[in-house]
Design a protein around this ligand. Sequence first.
Ligand code: GSH
Length: 216
Amino acid sequence: MTYAMYDSQLSPFSARCRMVIYAKGLDIEIKEMPGAITPEEFVRLTPMHKVPTLTVGEAVIPESQVICDYLERMHPEPALTSSDDLVQAQIELLCRICDLYVMTPLGQLFGQVNPQSRDDARVEALVADLKKGLSWLDHYLGDGAYAIGDKLTLADCTIMPILFFVQQLGPMLGHDDLLADSAKVSNYFKVIQADEHAQRVMGEMATALQKWQKSQ
Ligand SMILES: N[C@@H](CCC(=O)N[C@@H](CS)C(=O)NCC(=O)O)C(=O)O
């Protein structure tokens, strides 16, 4: 089966999928957006018009979590899930907290980076929401070098790119370290950087962020 993934190096959702792809050593063509396809063709491919989107032959799969779950089922080794149902529930919970309660305010904060158009009251409200989401992540996160247990899982592939973004966004919004109130999360973000796949994805995101900042 021929795979390709429409991707943005800066997107934490795309980064989640790339980390899975690297961890599993999969041969998937990464098509960087914009440029990989015209906007009209992309809308025809998926009306959702979002990256990441995976194509599997003629089939089209949007949504990062759905893509990761599909890749995990098709390429179970090395496993990024757990055979223990309770551990697996924890992995899924961390991914869900990130998607619902961390990424929602974070995505909106990204739209407030420009000081000229920034709404300070809105930023403060969103930062409060973000910190609440991070505190919930902090509560359920494991204590080791990985999010849960002693090996890389889908939770790490989800959390690490998001924390990279949170850390970068603080100074861009005139804030201090937004991770500072969540001690376990903050420590996790330091230790996960020893993982080779986390390092690779973080390097890609840092390069993409620099490029984006220069373009602003
Ligand atoms: N829930 C989606 C979110 C994907 C998403 O919002 N991607 C953004 C980039 S970070 C995007 O493609 N935005 C373009 C658009 O909405 O048209 C996922 O998990 O994949």
